[in-house]
Design a protein around this ligand. Structure first.
Ligand SMILES: [Fe+2]
Length: 455
């Protein structure tokens, strides 16, 4: 088939070769080219054959690389290429050898370098996308697997449940690993740092692909875990999510994740103080404030001499306005990773039970962060945090205008007031479990948050 023929009838799917049609769809409204599953070498070459445009070529190759990396997790490797229509249309017209850079946006790929963030992004969680795409299939009468086997709702619910189960298993294993690591550190033994790296790498993959389930778990107080171990995992999850929002590349995310995980190991020396079920005395608090220094010493002992590690560990309690400790640093003197970890730590602490107080619901914790965010963590980090966690962060309990109670399970970055929710009870309080994408239900809206904290 000639390229010109393939480009006919844009933006319909007719532009794609027959063998790729089932794996490729084009979302006209969102200008997204979506490739389902794992891309083979042949499919890559075929796609490259459609266009000679350099940016298009790079994007397809990146999609290909990424889809190979995530081969084992095929069902989650849903990657999107934004802006393809512009490129193809320009090619068709022969008016533009290259497409505008801001129109290229890959979902699920290593984010671009920090210095060159895309001007505009429209990111959806995997769950949100599935709901939209499957609903679209039914609406347009396309025969898809989803239509034959199940309604979009049941299909999505099943996938959501699988994803939730998988996230729970991963979260549990990660916290157990954290406990093992800290026990070994306490006993002066070496731990397998590779295991921690592997867990963080999986976490980065999940969060880059938009799997929000783990974030939901990071905002739940679970008393069956030690506060120390779960806090390390939770702060790592939240920090990486913010790093993804800032378009950090994978090696930066790995660095940020490792530091987040290890930042408080100095506290193992102070467990006799911090585990007391009462407010700390001033002298005890002064002792706790030394934990960044203790952590730095532990890192030395573990052979971790990376300067960024040391700097960030020492600075993760500094505050933008100079009100932090130990050195009362201000603004740009504080490493950006330290600011990310600081806001992650604050949010984690607010949303979790502590010996002297109960954890707050996510939206209330968010409100507290909003009040002091810029003074404490700076503009850029506070903004990224709000963008990622939204007005109704994942895990928030809300009431809809119908009186139904629901929990936020995924956030559309550009439509924070219209997240994906899971209904928990109808207006009469009868339990129910149904997924709703509020972006697709204009008649529904969130009336108010519900002061119901944990599940
Ligand atoms: Fe700390």
């Amino acid at each position: 088939m000639e390229i010109a023929e393939r480009l006919e009838n844009l933006p319909s799917e007719a532009k794609f070769p027959d063998n790729l049609k089932e794996k490729i769809s084009y979302d006209t409204d969102r200008k997204l080219l979506i490739f389902e599953g794992v891309m083979s070498e042949d499919e890559k070459n075929e796609l490259l054959g459609i266009s000679q445009d350099d940016l298009y070529r790079k994007s397809i190759e990146a999609l290909f690389r990424r889809s190979q990396i995530t081969k084992k997790r095929e069902k989650k490797a849903k990657l999107s290429l934004r802006g393809s229509r512009d490129i193809l249309e320009r090619e068709k017209e022969g008016t533009a050898p290259t497409a505008p850079k801001e129109n290229i946006q890959l979902k699920g790929l290593n984010p671009p370098e920090r210095e060159e963030p895309p001007k505009e992004r429209l990111r959806f969680s995997i769950i949100g996308q599935k709901i939209q795409e499957q609903s679209k299939q039914i609406n347009t009468g396309q025969k898809g697997e989803a239509e034959e086997k199940a309604t979009p709702q049941t299909q999505v619910t099943k996938e959501l449940k699988d994803e939730w189960k998988e996230a729970q298993t991963f979260y549990h294993e990660f916290v157990v690993l954290a406990q093992e690591v800290f026990d070994k550190i306490k006993e002066g033994q070496h731990f397998e740092i590779e295991k921690v790296r592997n867990a963080i790498e999986k976490l980065i993959d999940d969060l880059t692909l938009g799997n929000e389930s783990i974030v939901r778990l990071a905002a739940i107080s679970d008393e069956s875990y030690s506060q120390f171990a779960s806090n390390a995992v939770n702060v790592t999850v939240i920090s990486i999510k913010i790093g993804v929002s800032l378009h950090y590349n994978k090696s930066s995310l790995m660095e940020l994740g490792m530091i987040s995980f290890l930042r408080d190991i100095g506290l193992v020396l102070l467990s006799h103080i911090i585990e007391q079920p009462r407010r700390l005395k001033t002298s005890e608090y002064e002792e706790v404030k030394k934990h960044p220094l203790y952590t730095e010493r532990f890192l030395e002992g573990l052979g971790i001499r990376n300067e960024v590690f040391k700097q960030v560990v020492l600075q993760h309690h500094e505050r933008e306005d100079g009100s932090g400790y130990p050195d009362k640093l201000k603004g740009e003197a504080i490493h950006e990773y330290a600011k990310i970890i600081a806001v992650a730590e604050a949010y984690e602490s607010l949303t979790h039970n502590r010996p002297v107080r109960a954890g707050l619901p996510p939206h209330t914790a968010m409100r507290e962060i909003l009040e002091e965010g810029v003074a404490f963590f700076g503009h850029r980090i506070t903004k990224a945090f709000i963008r990622e966690f939204g007005v109704y962060p994942v895990g928030s309990a809300v009431e809809l205008n119908t009186g139904e109670k629901a929990r936020v399970i995924a956030v559309h970055k550009d439509f924070p007031l219209r997240p994906v929710v899971q209904l928990m009870a109808d207006a009469e309080g009868k339990p129910m479990s149904k997924i709703l994408n509020l972006l697709e239900k204009p008649q529904l809206f969130i009336k108010r948050p519900v002061e119901e904290g944990k599940r």
